[in-house]
Design a protein around this ligand. Structure first.
Ligand code: AFP
Length: 351
């Protein structure tokens, strides 16, 4: 006896696999093009740039996941960066991965990173390379040796000028010059979050495909959160107003503290669940620790796109014009109401 078919007569033979593909396989480069609703040369460039950043992220994730099995993942490189901080082996590796991912891209003429004194030029790209990549190759590298989360942060700006000397003055501009920004979080899964000024979107690396696949579109930060994220070991180094804010959250039952030692990790939690991250200046170091161009400005772009806020305490991070490449700024970033509350403490506006 013939088996009765369960497929309705009008069903398309491939309709189910096609739907599955749509649902499961929006890749990063396709998403960028969808966002821009264009196949123009600029849109293709941006899609290709994001593809190269994703490649760097995959290479770094692969290396991190073999810590303890292969050489060159754990431990210090034995040198110091321009900020005088001890460089980890993974800082060196990840910095070079970004350079090599962009070397033959024809897109980027200049890369500037936290790990390099001066921007790195790729002369063969310069005649046509119209973009600058700014990046922190491994954010939170102090976490690597204990198998805790780390990240990479990036921003893309339009290249202006091709001067190979001096202090890259055209980089010394505010955050509105960023065309794209985002981060890769190397956690229990590898997640890439980006914005091109059209919302904030998150992708998860599918190791079986080797592709970042769309996880969530148009992420928005809750207006207020329960978590404050700050290194309270610096409590007595802060100005009085900052201490007053932290005393306030201590007394207020609605708040709890979380601090991971990796900005990307703390920011990602705040993006999804709300709250605030702070790295204030201290009396001795009023500009704090975090670098504007590679850390604060990219995350400020993401925060604002997600409905949050980023501030130095006295002005929006996105309006801060750096005086030098490795400029540091205090950073307060997260849910809009939480950031405003801290600003009210810092500016003596408490009612
Ligand atoms: P490292 O990359 O040197 O570990 O610094 C990480 C970082 O830039 C940022 O990711 C952390 O939020 C912050 O510094 C931690 O600094 P403290 O150890 O001074 O709290």
């Amino acid at each position: 006896m013939a088996t009765q078919s369960t497929t309705p007569d009008n069903a398309q033979p491939f309709s189910i696999p096609e739907r599955a593909l749509d649902r499961d396989c929006t890749t990063l480069s396709r998403h960028v093009l969808q966002q821009l609703q264009s196949f123009s040369p600029d849109a293709q460039d941006l899609s290709a740039l994001m593809g190269r950043i994703a490649l760097a992220g995959k290479l770094i994730a692969r290396r991190l996941s073999s810590a303890g099995i292969v050489d060159g993942v754990l431990g210090f490189a034995g040198s110091e960066n321009v900020q005088g901080e001890a460089v980890k082996k993974m800082d060196v590796y990840a910095n070079e991965v970004f350079i090599s991912a962009f070397k033959q891209s024809g897109l980027v003429c200049r890369l500037a990173s936290e790990e390099m004194d001066e921007p790195y030029y790729i002369p063969e790209n310069c005649p046509i390379g119209r973009y600058t990549l700014l990046y922190d190759p491994i954010d939170g590298s102090g976490n690597i040796d204990t198998n805790l989360n780390v990240g990479s942060i990036f921003a893309i700006r339009q290249q202006e000028g091709s001067d190979t000397t001096g202090e890259a003055k055209d980089l010394l501009q505010d955050g509105s010059k960023q065309i794209a920004a985002g981060y890769i979080l190397y956690g229990s899964s590898t997640v890439l979050v980006y914005t091109i000024g059209k919302g904030v979107h998150a992708f998860t690396l599918d190791p079986s495909l080797g592709e970042f696949i769309l996880w969530q579109e148009n992420l928005t930060m809750p207006e207020r959160g329960k978590v404050y994220s700050v290194n309270e070991g610096n409590f007595w180094d802060w100005e009085d107003n900052m201490r007053d804010y932290v005393r306030y959250v201590h007394r207020n039952d609605n708040y709890t503290a979380r601090y991971s030692g990796a900005l990307v990790s703390d920011f990602h939690r705040i993006l999804l669940q709300g709250g605030v991250f702070l790295y204030p200046g201290t009396k001795a170091k009023p500009d704090g620790k975090l670098r504007l161009l590679y850390e604060s400005a990219p995350l400020a772009f993401l925060a604002e796109q997600a409905g949050g806020r980023a501030s130095t305490g006295t002005m929006p991070i996105s309006e801060f014009v750096p005086k030098k490449l490795h400029q540091r700024t205090p950073l307060i970033v997260g849910s809009i109401k939480d950031v405003e509350l801290i600003e009210s403490f810092l500016n003596d506006r408490r009612e």
